[in-house]
Design a protein around this ligand. Structure first.
Ligand SMILES: *Cc1c(COP(=O)(O)O)cnc(C)c1O
Length: 410
């Protein structure tokens, strides 16, 4: 008899984007003349830049010849990309990594979900709240989160991030967390962490022998020179942190699929005898068994981002989205809304008016202005009373949506 992994049955169906789609469709049926504008989903809209397109064409042509054909590549990724990453993403920030510490993947989502499987099932995890749902759900699948009551898992420590604490999660004083998930710049709140605050987490992890999973998928959007792009800018992080990076939001790779994970060789976890086990070796073993590498074409595409032309073109697209974010902040604040994020991230996190829940505001905005946002409560209990707007729409749609919100608010 084939028995199910019952932990999967504990997963809470994440209805967030399905519920949004359902409500938007209902609105469309009753209001066929309104063209709905979505500032809801977290996908990009601008095409790949020319440097990336050229590199992909070249890679395809190579694949069409006997000499240039590439079959299975190294599971950890091609050296040309790993070297470009070390040289361009880390060295300029004073971080020295070896190329062996870079694991190329098919996007950050898989590894943020997969990495927990090398850890014992009864580690305690801690997450900032609201949060990217993959972190918790992948832990539920292995039976690590306990039972679900009132929107929370019993064995998960939730660290609220709200306007009241400046979206700065407090380092636990009494509770012990073994595995900490941090995401900066943050999805969904669009807020960032200072070096000083991040240092507190690294110090906590070293003191408590904890592991930090640091998701830096949005680091390319940081504008403020004092904000860290990588957790390895903090001394000691090599001993306690894994970092996830993605080209999805950096360079519009959501449909290409390429990213990477940094696993320093100094990073170890304990076994029951108290011996130290290399996380790098475990992850290498895991990847060689379960992963066969990102495609050669995707990796050549990613490499092109690091050429002078690629860097300039990618920066332009990021600037395009950040212009949207600035317009959103300006208009929404002028209408009296309390807004956060949007300065170093492509998300604006807005407090809903008094006594209006996330979902109530979502419906009011849809029916009043024909604009779609994402209800904050869909990202966790502390997201209640907020909504998320994304800066990934076109200028035209962003402006049109803001004009409608302006008219509706007056
Ligand atoms: C979009 C996103 C990612 C990246 O996902 P990919 O699989 O690389 O496309 C990772 N983390 C967060 C928080 C994200 O929003």
């Amino acid at each position: 008899m084939a028995l199910v992994n019952t932990h999967f049955l504990n997963l809470q169906a994440n209805y967030l984007f399905a519920d949004i789609a359902k409500k938007v469709n209902a609105f469309r049926v009753t209001h066929p003349k309104v063209d709905v504008i979505s500032l809801g989903i977290g996908d990009v809209t601008q095409p790949l830049c020319p440097a990336v397109i050229d590199a992909m064409h070249r890679a395809v042509d190579e694949m069409a010849t006997v000499e240039g054909f590439h079959g299975y590549g190294p599971e950890q990724g091609y050296d040309f990309l790993r070297e470009a990453i070390v040289k361009n993403d880390f060295l300029p920030r004073g971080i020295h990594l070896s190329k062996e510490e870079i694991f190329i993947n098919d996007g950050a989502k898989s590894d943020t979900g997969n990495f927990q499987e090398i850890l014992h099932w009864d580690n305690f995890i801690g997450v900032t709240d609201p949060i990217y749902p993959v972190y918790i759900d992948s832990n539920v699948m292995i039976g690590r989160c306990g039972t679900y009551e009132d929107g929370r898992w019993s064995n998960v420590v939730y660290m609220p991030c709200t306007a009241e604490n400046g979206f700065t999660p407090e380092v636990p004083k009494d509770k012990h967390i073994d595995v900490i998930y941090l995401c900066y710049p943050n999805n969904p709140t669009g807020t960032v962490v200072s070096k000083q605050e991040l240092r507190k987490w690294v110090n906590y992890a070293i003191k408590h022998d904890s592991l930090i999973f640091y998701d830096a998928a949005y680091q390319a959007y940081i504008q403020d020179p004092d904000i860290p792009h990588s957790i390895y800018e903090i001394r000691g992080a090599r001993k306690c942190a894994v970092e996830f990076r993605s080209y999805s939001k950096t360079a519009g790779f959501t449909g290409i699929r390429c990213g990477y994970t940094v696993v320093p060789k100094d990073l170890t976890v304990a076994n029951f005898e108290g011996e130290r086990i290399s996380v790098h070796q475990l992850w290498l073993r895991r990847q060689c068994t379960k992963f066969n590498g990102a495609s050669y074409i995707s990796q050549r595409a990613a490499e092109a981002i690091y050429t002078p032309q690629g860097k300039e073109q990618v920066a332009k697209t990021i600037d395009y989205y950040m212009q949207n974010a600035r317009r959103m902040l300006l208009t929404l604040r002028s209408l009296g809304y309390e807004c956060y994020g949007g300065e170093n991230a492509p998300y604006v996190w807005m407090r809903t008016p008094k006594n209006t829940s996330s979902w109530q505001f979502f419906e009011q905005l849809l029916y009043g202005a024909g604009v779609v946002c994402t209800p904050g409560v869909g990202f966790g209990p502390s997201g209640e009373g907020y909504v998320r707007f994304t800066a990934f729409a076109t200028h035209e749609n962003t402006d049109k949506a803001l004009q409608r919100i302006e008219q509706w608010s007056k």
